[in-house]
Design a protein around this ligand. Structure first.
Ligand SMILES: [Fe+2]
Ligand SMILES: [Fe+2]
Length: 404
């Protein structure tokens, strides 16, 4: 956490990340940013260049940046090769993205700064961390979608444009969160983050599973927080949550697009390997969120939520949504699933205590071994729980049509 904070620097009114030069011509200028080298011409970046910067600490639970095999992506979306690509469906999706429902949604007001000034003590620090992690996650989507939009332009202009429009959305989300950090006199150096962060490579098939899940879980997290705060306005301590209702619709649309992409690649959904990988990705995403959030209960309690209850609600809803497209999902509504998650939290807390102890590295490593093994065995046991067979029945008819 501390090393992630090293990415934050005091904000300046010349902050280059909110340049009026927008990424897309139809984007609102308020909250877009540039990560190109041209940003380095501004005073703040020159100053930032001189400041000592550490690479962010990569942990299993930190928000990740992804890259993929773009050549394989081009093949997958070549309409000459893949006859499953439903061009009418993608054209309709493109029109929806072009409509740009949230073009004027992300407009700030003076409530933000006033609310931030009232947040003091540990809650203030936790809010900053929430904004920072959310901004990093949104920005990660921006980078991946932007690159996919660029690389698929020739092969499949419609799919490419949708990716570009999704990167527009993610840029807005990340920019809005970063602007939130400015209420706390901080800004995330996104240009530095782009260069310094390690990128996790996933084959296209795994990119589809991972991004579909992160969009849908993002939708359920945002909408659940929004609904809770609407019903309990006394916990509405920072106005960013009021924007979540429309915001989460962006994430929902992004998820639906990945759903359409996966339908166009039925080989990723209709065999036994797809079932094993689907369950694996669901479990990874749910466990990561649960362990992450259980380390930050003060944030959820600060907005009047019970962390574990909130997470289970999000996991169950995400799993139900995911079951419409993935061929198998974990049985998260089985009480044993939550018991396993809770045991993982206990082990993870012990691991954190070891990491934070003053022991010499050798002793730390020796203490980590049994805890790592215990965590792995809980994970494996959760993975081996009887799954739920799911997915859409119409995939079967796609199977003989795959052309390679
Ligand atoms: Fe987003
Ligand atoms: Fe998204």
């Amino acid at each position: 956490m501390a090393s992630e904070m090293s990415l934050l620097k005091p904000v300046s009114k010349f902050c280059p990340k909110f340049s009026p030069n927008t990424i897309k011509p139809n984007s609102p200028s308020h909250f877009t940013f540039k990560v190109s080298s041209s940003a380095t011409t501004t005073p703040i970046t020159t100053k930032a260049k001189k400041a000592p910067k550490q690479a962010p600490k990569e942990t299993l639970l930190a928000p990740r940046f992804y890259t993929t095999d773009f050549d394989e992506m081009e093949t997958l979306f070549n309409t000459e090769i893949n006859k499953n690509l439903n061009e009418a469906e993608f054209e309709a999706l493109l029109q929806e993205f072009k409509t740009d429902y949230n073009q004027t949604h992300f407009v700030r007001n003076k409530e933000f700064k006033e609310a931030a000034d009232k947040l003091q003590g540990p809650l203030r620090q936790i809010f900053v961390e929430f904004l920072e992690r959310s901004c990093t996650a949104e920005f990660s989507g921006f980078l991946l979608y932007k690159e996919l939009g660029r690389r698929l332009k020739k092969t499949n202009p419609v799919v490419a444009e949708i990716f570009s429009l999704m990167s527009r959305d993610e840029a807005r989300h990340a920019g809005f969160l970063n602007k939130g950090l400015s209420d706390f006199n901080l800004a995330l150096d996104l240009g530095f983050l782009t260069k310094a962060r390690k990128y996790t490579f996933f084959k296209p098939k795994f990119i589809f599973y991972a991004t579909y899940l992160s969009e849908k879980i993002g939708y359920w997290r945002y909408i659940s927080i929004y609904r809770h705060l609407k019903a309990n306005p006394e916990y509405q301590c920072y106005p960013i949550f009021k924007y979540f209702e429309n915001w989460c619709q962006d994430e929902n649309r992004h998820g639906d697009f990945f759903s359409a992409l996966m339908k166009a690649q039925p080989q990723f959904l209709n065999d036994w390997k797809a079932k094993l990988w689907s369950r694996f990705f669901c479990l990874s995403v749910y466990v990561t969120m649960y362990l992450n959030d259980c380390q930050r209960t003060a944030f959820y309690e600060g907005i009047g939520l019970d962390t574990k209850e909130f997470d289970m609600h999000v996991i169950i809803e995400t799993n139900r949504t995911t079951a419409r497209i993935f061929p198998a999902v974990p049985d998260v509504e089985n009480p044993e699933f939550k018991r396993k998650l809770d045991r993982m939290v206990v082990i993870n807390n012990k691991l954190i205590a070891v990491n934070e102890s003053d022991d010499i590295p050798l002793v730390k490593n020796l203490k980590r071994i049994p805890l790592g093994a215990a965590l792995a065995s809980e994970l494996l046991a959760a993975y081996l729980m009887p799954p739920i067979e799911s997915g859409s029945v119409d995939f079967a008819e796609f199977e003989p049509q795959v052309v390679y």
